[in-house]
Design a protein around this ligand. Structure first.
Ligand SMILES: C[S@@+](CC[C@H](N)C(=O)[O-])C[C@H]1O[C@@H](n2cnc3c(N)ncnc32)[C@H](O)[C@@H]1O
Length: 209
């Protein structure tokens, strides 16, 4: 985790500038989420980075809490919340195992572009399930490096091995979904997008009992 955080701390300003420059993919993702999330929902944004998605979603939910182990990201998120006068969003420098997060307290958890960065997938999914209320929703979006062209995958994995980039898990299409099913999540929707960085998007629901 410390290696991950120092990488993302250094990237914080650049990452924030890139994500704040909303592209068509960003708008589509937000619109889809707005249709699936209710105004009464309490939401956790796992790996929230500089909070852009959490802050854009905040007016459509009861409250949203962003967590990220990179404190430079969380600082940016706080400053943006204050600047935009958004009061139902809060941010914490934390990982998903932080004991301050209450079991069964979230209606929805977002895990966007973060699952490929964690080593302990099953522990993370188990923890997300613990944090969700019965019937709560888990939204996962992750690049699947196993579907990249071999040379692109090779460049990324070499950078990771040389510690120029963080750890990256090589997912193939179907694997993120299978991991969620293994934890008894019901898959409500799944889409693989070879044209969008080989991204897998999944909406999954925790069983009601
Ligand atoms: C690619 S950014 C994604 C940010 C945002 N969710 C989005 O989709 O734009 C990845 C973020 O995940 C955080 N991160 C990396 N490893 C993590 C881990 N093991 N647990 C939680 N967050 C992690 C990083 O600090 C970084 O801010």
């Amino acid at each position: 985790m410390p290696q991950q955080s120092s990488f993302w701390n250094k990237q914080a300003t650049r990452y924030d500038a890139a994500i704040s420059d909303h592209d068509a993919q960003y708008a589509t993702r937000l619109n889809q989420l707005k249709q699936l999330i209710k105004p009464t929902d309490v939401v956790l944004d796992f790996g929230c980075a500089s909070g852009e998605i959490a802050l854009d979603l905040a007016p459509h939910v009861k409250s949203i809490e962003g967590i990220d182990p990179a404190n430079a990201m969380i600082e940016l998120a706080y400053n943006k919340a204050a600047k935009r006068d958004i009061r139902n969003a809060s941010f914490l420098t934390a990982d998903i195992f932080d004991p301050r997060l209450e079991p069964e307290s979230y209606d929805a958890i977002l895990a966007f572009n973060v699952m490929h960065l964690v080593k302990d997938h099953h522990e993370v999914i188990h923890r997300a399930k613990t944090l969700l209320k019965p019937g709560g929703m888990l939204f996962v979006e992750t690049p699947c490096l196993g579907e990249f062209t071999w040379w692109k995958r090779h460049i990324i994995l070499t950078a990771s091995a040389l510690r120029l980039a963080p750890f990256i898990h090589v997912y193939k299409f179907g694997e993120p979904e299978a991991e969620l099913k293994a934890h008894d999540f019901q898959i409500l929707g799944a889409r693989n997008a070879p044209e969008q960085d080989c991204r897998a998007s999944i909406a999954a629901q925790k069983p009601t009992e």
